[in-house]
Design a protein around this ligand. Structure first.
Ligand code: SF4
Length: 494
């Protein structure tokens, strides 16, 4: 038995909408489109009014996929009433994956009213902030780093809520894209490095905010712009037009380089999204093209090379790879050589290695006819532990291909991510185990050749998006912020 999913687990997906009758339903659809950003749990908070016309927040959350958590449509009529909402899809990054309390959005009531927050990213100074708050008497309800944000806001001595939020966010380090709902505002904010994406859209006169633009498409919202790194945007009832959106700088002196997560282009974001100023599809194809330019594969007898992806995540990269092979005069064909089952169910995609132990066969099967006797190129986006890759190779070998070559559209992952991507521990990363020796990984996988893009080649592929604005720390070990190397995912476990 092996691990079914050997990909980095991300982050979370966040969504927010202000001023519409169908706030919760729109949020449901938005979260649905963002399901790839977190499959462990989901939650929606709406802002409604009570009989005295006072703002009241409603919340519904649970474990599982969006469609499972909100399976009962009565929830939208009876619970999630209100004209504004925020929502969150979760894959645990900090905080125990087991705790229901850790499912976002988090809601509290404090002296300025209700406030709810949904967070994508990881705070690198959460441990220190949490210790300070606990020493001052704060009582935490969750083990998540996100709760720190609410405590900092609630403890502010300032009297303007936006100033309180600004003051709190200025104390955070690391990665955060946030949606915040108050009694009368929807607020979105992004850390100054812009690690995680966050965009603003508009539908039927209402403003929406989402991690990725694919969440706008599903509700026919129009993309307006991205929330800038280091920007807080405020949407309230007075905001009717785009230029009325209030924009505040997080800190007055945050003019440093941006550091978008390159993994969003490599693997994580959906190819139909527009993030960091570019279409993901285009960037992913470019990664495939550069991979083919640098590491082409030829059949030793001059026959057609069969290029296959590991569905679904490397489909677009494989398209780019094969198109470039053709351009270089190498006869090739993109084939569907692996069939992926989409109906495994959530039991097998929960975090925690033990729970994910399952043969790769439940997820993939081979199409023998297209692989047999052929030179195969498997294009994939990353290798994390290597266990699934090895199993896939073994599966493909059953079709008796002539040769198997593996091409990876990222550099070897050598270091952990502190900004919201959940890799296993450093010791479990195969590239780290083998000291970055690609030949040794090639031997471990048992393939005819294995090539990764180098960091420079990855950056070359995304040069249109200004490669100097990207984080590559999990490949290079050069972290853009100070990090605590002892940081562990469940550091706050009580
Ligand atoms: S360390 Fe890697 S996964 Fe994490 S933000 Fe940087 S590039 Fe992305």
């Amino acid at each position: 038995m092996e691990i079914i999913s050997d990909k980095p687990k991300c982050h979370c997906g966040i969504f927010g909408i202000f001023g519409t009758d169908d706030a919760a339903i729109n949020t449901y659809y938005g979260l649905h489109a963002l399901q790839h950003r977190g499959q462990e749990a989901s939650g929606i908070v709406t802002r409604d009014y009570n009989e005295n016309n006072k703002a009241k927040f409603n919340i519904y959350k649970g474990e599982g996929l969006v469609s499972e958590v909100f399976a009962d449509s009565k929830v939208f009529k009876n619970v999630l009433v209100g004209s504004s909402a925020i929502g969150h899809n979760r894959y645990s990054t900090t905080g125990s994956s087991e705790s229901l309390n850790n499912i976002q959005p988090f809601v509290v009531h404090y002296r300025m009213g209700n406030i709810a927050v949904a967070h994508n990213g990881n705070l690198t100074n959460a441990k220190q902030l949490r210790e300070e708050l606990v020493n001052e008497g704060a009582i935490f309800q969750t083990t998540s780093d996100t709760e720190v944000i609410l405590h900092l806001i609630a403890r502010s001595r300032l009297n303007d809520q936006i100033e309180q939020i600004k003051e709190a966010l200025a104390k955070l380090e690391g990665a955060f894209s946030l949606t915040i709902l108050t009694d009368n505002k929807l607020i979105a904010a992004r850390d100054a490095f812009g690690f995680r994406p966050l965009s603003i859209g508009k539908v039927n006169g209402s403003f929406v905010v989402a991690s990725e633009t694919c969440a706008f498409d599903i509700i026919a919202a129009k993309f307006i712009r991205e929330v800038e790194p280091g920007e807080i945007v405020v949407i309230d009832e007075d905001v009717k037009e785009v230029d009325q959106i209030k924009s505040i700088k997080l800190k007055d002196d945050t003019l440093h380089n941006q550091r978008h997560c390159i993994f969003e282009y490599i693997y994580f974001s959906r190819p139909d999204s527009f993030i960091f100023g570019h279409n993901v599809d285009k960037m992913r194809r470019r990664l495939g093209k550069i991979l083919a330019k640098k590491y082409p594969v030829k059949d030793k007898d001059g026959q057609k090379v069969i290029v296959i992806s590991v569905p679904d995540s490397s489909n677009t990269t494989a398209l780019g790879y094969q198109a470039q092979l053709e351009k270089q005069g190498i006869i090739s064909k993109l084939e569907i050589g692996l069939i992926r089952s989409h109906y495994i169910g959530r039991t097998f995609i929960q975090p925690g290695q033990e729970k994910r132990k399952i043969g790769v066969r439940i997820k993939f099967n081979i199409v023998k006819g297209v692989l047999e006797g052929r030179t195969i190129v498997i294009v994939d986006d990353s290798i994390v532990r290597g266990t699934t890759s090895k199993q896939l190779v073994n599966l493909i070998k059953e079709a008796k291909p002539k040769a198997i070559h593996v091409r990876i559209s990222s550099a070897p992952i050598m270091h952990p991510c502190f900004y919201g991507m959940d890799f296993p521990s450093k010791d479990e990363l195969i590239a780290n185990q083998m000291n970055g020796d690609v030949k040794e990984i090639e031997r471990y996988l048992g393939v005819d050749s294995l090539e990764y893009l180098t960091i420079d080649e990855m950056l070359e592929a995304i040069s249109e998006a200004n490669s100097s604005n990207f984080c590559t720390a999990c490949f290079s070990g050069n972290y853009p912020t100070e990090v605590d190397a002892s940081f562990k995912k469940e550091i706050y476990e009580l």
